[in-house]
Design a binder for this molecule. Structure first.
Ligand code: OGA
Ligand code: NI
Length: 308
């Protein structure tokens, strides 16, 4: 349960399963102070995590013509090849992993074997269940109904960073915030490089590999929804050592159609509403059109821009 000033909190979900007050306190503190936390004993078996990792590694080794068949459903949700701007990076996308149909399409496009398909299906279901559970824990901790996220689309990004001795010091992914509500990341079990920004000092803190653990981080929609209480953690990936780094990010984005806004429980006279309501789709477009990738787009939604 370490929660020192220099490392992100680790929450043991089994340990706090029957202690709702303790759980709520730990979750609120982590969401407010760090915008991220590690979870252990989260119910996804180490075997399934490893199996999924080896499946996506194999898919990432496919010829590029096949990888390109991972087509996008919403902008940026498909295969991203290495580019001049980002030569060390490539990735797959899967929108929306809560849908069996969407997962099946992804598998078919990549010619996944029956075994690979089965692993991807089981992992998607397990991560979706966990995403809903963590979402409920967070909203309950804030005294808000816990079934808010059931229909929200979820997206996988499967990231591969081809790090070599020559690229040490180069960026894998530039500083950004995640745009959605929360992300559950299975990072690489061996190759580090992920760093989160400490809210107070503005310094980067490494997220070192911790096999079996997952990282939960909060995105811009969580800050909007919490009326500014939650920190949308800035993070990046830097090449620090040679080796292929593979991570699987599961994003809980935002409502499909409804606008996101802080629920009434989180708005009061002394906590006036900070942001105007916006649909996730419009928020995503705003990030794309402004090029603001590190949470700055939220300030454009300030509900009293003149007082800022
Ligand atoms: C992301 C992300 C971190 C990583 O996909 O948004 O921040 O470790 N990934 O790959
Ligand atoms: Ni991210």
């Amino acid at each position: 349960m370490a929660s020192s000033s220099s490392s992100v909190p680790v929450i043991d979900l089994e340990e706090v399963a029957w202690e709702s007050q303790k759980r709520q306190k730990l979750i609120i503190e982590a969401c407010e102070e760090w915008g991220c936390f590690r979870i252990i004993n989260h119910g996804i078996s180490a075997a399934l995590m490893q199996e999924m990792k080896s499946v996506v590694r194999a898919l990432l080794d496919l010829p590029i013509e096949i990888k390109r068949r991972n087509s996008e459903v919403i902008a940026g949700s498909g295969y991203v090849p290495p580019s001049i701007k980002n030569p060390l990076y490539e990735g797959f996308g899967l929108y929306d992993f809560a849908s069996t149909q969407a997962v099946a399409t992804f598998c078919t496009q990549l010619h996944a074997s029956p075994h690979q398909r089965d692993t991807i299906m089981r992992y998607s279901q397990a991560v979706h269940r966990l995403t809903m559970e963590i979402g409920s824990m967070i909203s309950e901790s804030m005294g808000v109904a816990s079934n808010l996220f059931a229909e929200w689309p979820c997206q996988f990004r499967i990231n591969k960073y081809s790090f070599t001795a020559e690229t040490v010091g180069s960026p894998g992914v530039q500083i950004h915030t995640d745009s959605g509500f929360l992300t559950i990341l299975q990072d690489d079990e061996n190759v580090g490089g992920l760093e989160v920004m400490d809210k107070k000092s503005g310094e980067f803190v490494p997220i070192d590999p911790m096999p079996g653990a997952l990282l939960v981080n909060l995105g811009d929609i969580a800050t909007l929804w919490s009326n500014g209480r939650f920190y949308n953690v800035k993070h990046r990936v830097q090449c620090k050592e040679a080796g292929t780094r593979v991570s699987i990010a599961a994003f809980l984005l935002g409502p499909k159609e409804a606008a996101v806004e802080a629920p009434p429980e989180l708005v009061a006279a002394e906590h006036r509403r900070l942001y105007v309501p916006i649909t996730f789709e419009d928020y995503r477009k705003l990030r794309l059109s402004t090029g603001f990738r590190a949470g700055e787009a939220l300030s454009l939604l300030s509900s009293s821009a003149s007082s800022r």
